[in-house]
Design a protein around this ligand. Structure first.
Ligand SMILES: [Zn+2]
Length: 459
């Protein structure tokens, strides 16, 4: 049993009054963010000016606090003056904006002194009208509505109907294995969503075939080929969507888009086409994500170990076609889902080295071909005579990578008590790829909120 933070996201179907309340809350969030940022910027430049006059130490205007708590305190003193309408919205809307500002400031500061990984972050900027709408509620009455499983409750906004049933979460709440911690509303692709951040007590059953290793070859033609011979087809709507996308882009090109040089505003008709294009992209992404979720759940419930390729597979970089790009997005998402779901189910995940020649190696005898063209759909081995589908060969190689790689790897599987849920395996150093264990290889980790799809949008 483990406790993880998971997100449950539902599309909302608000009535006009609720919709304007949602907009108002998200707008207030932005207002509070910008207010706090303005205050901090003014404070910093005031101090800078004072320092340039030779003042220093105690003579300078004191720094404005950067913590969410400090900002909230300042806001509560100033709100009557700067936002006399503040009482129209829940106080959570303002707190949400200020909390986002505080974390943006902290990220900037950490990034500057090297305490934060990833690319360097700039100083927070004012949020314009086109910034994504969102607002987070951490206190107040929010959650599911008991009666029909088709409504959620939000502070101030009231009981809002959802587009789909909330039963998956409702059942968990009823059983006492879920505790809703916060609710974030957001507006994406012409639709309102609520995302509940939920503390889930998970008790996943062990996979049905714990002794089997599965190799997954991610492809372009089909979504994936499994070492069992199963081919996971690409969802067909992708092709249909691409035809539609080309049509819409032609349509947009005939309409008047914005032009900064001449101060030309976009026409309404152009904007409408753009909205359709965004909707189409969102539909494709949703369908793809849905398919991936179903696939990854099935895989981690079945196999004891899963081997994936590392991303940036060499060939992928060279091809500029959209299909590859879309496939690439799916690949990253598939890996992300397998990694966190495997962690819950106690399944080991192995990421093959980026340069491991999974396509060029013969899965029968292990001979590595010098050259294999992308157009060669069938792998034919000249030394042992094996002949099979190119992607299946690659998938089998991936599976072999772990099965053959080390007895030491398997030896760690059964720890003294032999409880499969508690199994911790570390990949032995110096196995197949000869490199240190890659990120996430075969380790059972408890990641905080790995599923939170909206986190990236919220801040
Ligand atoms: Zn061979």
């Amino acid at each position: 049993m483990s406790t993880v933070l998971q997100a449950y996201r539902f599309a909302l179907d608000p009535n006009p009054g609720q919709e304007s309340a949602l907009r108002s809350h998200c707008g207030s969030q932005r207002f509070a963010f910008n207010w706090g940022l303005g205050k901090i910027k003014a404070n910093l430049s005031q101090r800078e000016a004072e320092a340039s006059y030779g003042m220093g130490g105690d003579e300078l205007t004191p720094l404005v606090g950067w913590s969410a708590y400090g900002l909230r305190k300042d806001w509560n003193q100033a709100k009557h003056e700067v936002a006399p309408w503040w009482a129209e919205n829940s106080k959570e809307a303002y707190s949400s904006g200020l909390a986002n500002l505080a974390s943006a400031l902290k990220n900037w500061r950490d990034s500057r002194v090297g305490r934060r990984q990833g690319r360097r972050l700039g100083f927070p900027r004012f949020k314009g009208k086109r910034a994504g709408l969102s607002c987070r509620f951490t206190t107040g009455s929010f959650g599911l509505v008991d009666q029909d499983r088709r409504h959620v409750r939000l502070p101030r906004i009231g009981v809002v109907r959802t587009h789909e049933s909330t039963r998956t979460l409702a059942r968990r709440v009823e059983k006492g294995t879920a505790r809703i911690r916060s609710a974030t509303v957001s507006y994406r692709a012409r639709r309102w969503f609520v995302s509940f951040s939920v503390e889930i007590t998970r008790n996943d059953s062990t996979p049905t075939r714990p002794g089997t290793t599965l190799g997954v070859d991610l492809g372009i033609k089909s979504l994936a080929v499994l070492s069992t011979g199963e081919v996971i087809a690409n969802p067909r709507h992708l092709e249909v969507a691409q035809r539609e996308l080309r049509r819409l882009q032609r349509q947009a090109s005939r309409r008047q888009g914005p032009d900064r040089r001449h101060g030309q505003k976009a026409s309404n008709r152009w904007s409408k086409t753009q909205a359709r294009i965004r909707k189409l992209h969102a539909d494709v992404a949703n369908a793809r994500r849905d398919g991936l979720h179903k696939l990854t759940t099935r895989l981690v419930r079945t196999y004891g170990a899963i081997v994936l390729e590392d991303l940036n597979v060499s060939g992928m970089v060279t091809n500029r076609r959209l299909a590859r790009h879309v496939a690439g997005v799916g690949m990253a998402e598939l890996r992300r889902q397998i990694e966190y779901k495997a962690a819950w189910a106690g399944v080991r995940v192995h990421i093959a080295d980026r340069w491991y020649p999974s396509s060029k190696t013969c899965s029968g005898c292990g001979v590595v071909k010098a050259k294999l063209r992308l157009s060669d759909r069938v792998f034919a081995c000249s030394s042992c005579g094996t002949s099979m589908d190119r992607d299946l060969n690659a998938a089998r190689n991936l599976a072999n990578l772990v099965e053959a790689s080390s007895h030491s790897w398997w030896a760690t599987e059964n720890e003294p008590d032999g409880n499969p849920c508690q199994t911790r395996t570390m990949r032995a150093a110096g196995t197949a790829t000869g490199r240190p264990a890659p990120h996430g290889a075969g380790q059972r980790r408890h990641r905080k909120a790995p599923t939170h799809e909206t986190f990236s949008h919220v801040s």
